[in-house]
Design a protein around this ligand. Sequence first.
Ligand SMILES: Nc1ncnc2c1ncn2[C@@H]1O[C@H](COP(=O)(O)OP(=O)(O)OP(=O)(O)O)[C@@H](O)[C@H]1O
Ligand SMILES: [Mg+2]
Length: 386
Amino acid sequence: MKKTRVAVLFGGRSGEHEISLRSAASVIRNLDRSRFEIVPVAIDKQGCWHLVEALVAENEARGSAMNVPAAGSSGARPVVLPPDPSRGSGKAVFLDTRTGEVAATAEVVFPVLHGPLCEDGTLQGILELAEVAYVGCGVLASSAGMDKEISKRLARDAGIPIVPFVTIRSERWKKASESDRSRERERIARELGYPVFVKPANMGSSVGVHKVKDAASLDAALVDAFKYDTKILIEKGIAAREIELAALESRTPGDAPRVSIAGEVTPTHEFYSYEAKYLDENGASLSIPAKLSDDQMRQAQKIARDVFEALECEGMARVDLFLDKNSGQYYFNEINTIPGFTSISMYPKMWEASGLGYAPLLSELVDLALERQCRRKALSREYLDL
Ligand SMILES: Nc1ncnc2c1ncn2[C@@H]1O[C@H](COP(=O)(O)OP(=O)(O)OP(=O)(O)O)[C@@H](O)[C@H]1O
Ligand SMILES: [Mg+2]
């Protein structure tokens, strides 16, 4: 049987570049070699794409994170994926930017990148224009999922509980008079109460996230969060357990997504900050399954399914919830449309604990991408006057 070529895209121009290198190493190691041939494509921090075939063997031997070789180095062939569907007839065609020759082709693209310009629909838009099959959410769910305000509004509209929040835009805040600002601060104190969490709308990894305990510390948190985004959320802080679930599109179109058992992340820091996630190896403990009653488990799974559907997700997503320690109420916190894929990441771990191993999970994701492309191809792009 001819093998399906899977282009694994990794790296990327986001703050989560390094995490992507670790996720991609794991994905490449675990993709079923009896079915798939791997085309590794690294995106460097400047946004240039490189075909890095030699890295696959190197990664196998070292068993660690993939590297993104410097532009011009011998192991890296600079490539582009032109958004031109006529070249590949459904395949991804990577062209050598120096010679214009075809450097590689692939039947499916597997984006293993996180954060803005990777997970937010921009990359997915290029893949749509090129008419290539790709793993995971489409443009709409990717961009809606990346924006913490939009995803919460869509969830709220579907009847899913969310933590109360207000949104502030940097342009408005900067030109507001001092009396307007104090009115806004009073509104925050009245509607949300302290502590609040201040976070950029379109970031990840807790970059720019602050727990603010009193009004006097609010402005400093706003200034820092505005470094990362022009829109920020201020949320009511709750004493919460952090419950996560993995969702996977059904193989039967139209059926509800499959949802894993829930896991729990318990940070040892004041909250699940960047330090707790990446700098302190004892920053959090993970429990899979989360210690929940049957009813709490069922409720969490229902919310994850509802969020996946409300945001029109495809392929996969990790849904993160808060479980209020005082009231027992669940809140939807956020969705990750390209979740971490390292061997210790929650998404593959939760599937493993639910009976779907890492390698079969990857095969399933590739198959879902190919099936979606077939369904898309069957649609007409022209007006059919029947
Ligand atoms: N409203 C809140 N109440 C209590 N804790 C919160 C609240 N919002 C955020 N936190 C804490 O801050 C952490 C980071 O916030 P959040 O998950 O919203 O953003 P992020 O981690 O940057 O996004 P991503 O998970 O995509 O990387 C949470 O895991 C949690 O520990
Ligand atoms: Mg989070």
